[in-house]
Write a protein that binds this ligand. Sequence first.
Ligand code: NCD
Ligand code: ZN
Length: 456
Amino acid sequence: MTEKKTMNYPATGTLHAPADSEVLLRGVLVYGEGEPADVLVRAGVIAEIAAAGALSTEGETLDLPGQVLLPGLVDMHVHLREPGREDTETIASGSAAAARGGFTAVFTMANTDPVTDNPAIAEMVWMKGQQTNLCDVHPVGSITKGLAGKDLTEFGMMAASEAKVRMFSDDGKCVADPQLMRRAVEYSKGLDVLLAQHCEEPRLTEGAVAHEGETAARLGLRGWPRVAEEAIVIRDALLARDYGGRLHICHASTEGTVELLRWAKEHDIPLSAEVTPHHLVLTDEKLETYDGNFRVNPPLREHADTLALRQALIDGTLDCVATDHAPHGSEEKCCEFDKARPGMLGLETSLALIARLFVTDVPAGQEPQNWRFVAKVMSERPAEIVKLPGHGRPVAVGEPANLCVVDTGRAWTAHGADFASKASNTPYEGEDLPVKVSTTLLRGRITCRDGEAVTD
Ligand code: NCD
Ligand code: ZN
């Protein structure tokens, strides 16, 4: 056996609550169903579930009457900006935002400065996340060195590192060269790691800042056509068909992408896909005021696209929700629309937006969903796709206590300035949201209490 490297941080997400620690969640509705229950967490594990009022503890009791208990949320797509742009987000501030949003694990993209294209940076990101201890922060390794789209990185070295990198992506950029992508697919297959593609044929999006359509034409903004996304979705689906591997489509945004995914899944192609809250709820009509907070890649599309994306998430054609949390400084957002950096905050609003759209305030004509659906698309499926142990597990005795609790009686108004995130570029500024995450537990430790991250 080789000597274990001496490191001052643990090798996996195993920081547990002390063996004798207990937390009692009193009066919760497990998955929003049935009668109120008491859930006792001991030493980081769900120890007992009984009728409300039946359990007690020497440890901390949280009174959460009628609140909805779900597995801790998992976000496959965030940008925490460390290293390089710590002025806009750090692993610590992003972890606090994640805890406030109900997340217990996030995957942070490789488009940092320097790029996460080697084990040293990946280990640094993982270590800082574990030191912060508010959320498991998994680094995503880049597919190509320096995100330059020329040479593959050493997936194997990153996968074998202390960070155990299990997902690779050049997100922010597309791996446009088809031969290189084919090699990446073949390489990833041998290691059983996930490849996540930011689908954007760059020759179709030169200078593009908004969805190519009537709104962009009227506002004088250069258009980003749907085909720029769809051409890569189908190309990569065919690469996955012929060379295997596990391929994931980042931030699906068009009706056509949904049709192609449906075809791919019917043909048993190993492909998964995510959709962001903003592509489900916002359209390019928001660009009317040229507010840079609505600039994002891929761009906000049309109403018909949002309807197709919603239906696809309901029927499983789209697997999961990912926020694409993309913090930017105010000077990078409050400027001319076509100079604004693309990207929106997501971690602290996503649960409320998804709950509103699918459970509490379902639009006419759309089939209502329950809280199990929310657990599926925001926790279980993402954990399954990335093969992440310990997260996205059932709320049941013996399971790790990675949990979140939603207060369905607590409406609130989104204000970027109130977020734990260092940035405030939310497209939902001033918007009323119907429910709020009150509590998050990471392996039995309270990381969010009464809606605030526990940063002591
Ligand atoms: C992301 C960013 O800011 O890093 N921006 C965005 O508009 N989504 C990159 C990306 O995910 O494409
Ligand atoms: Zn992207």
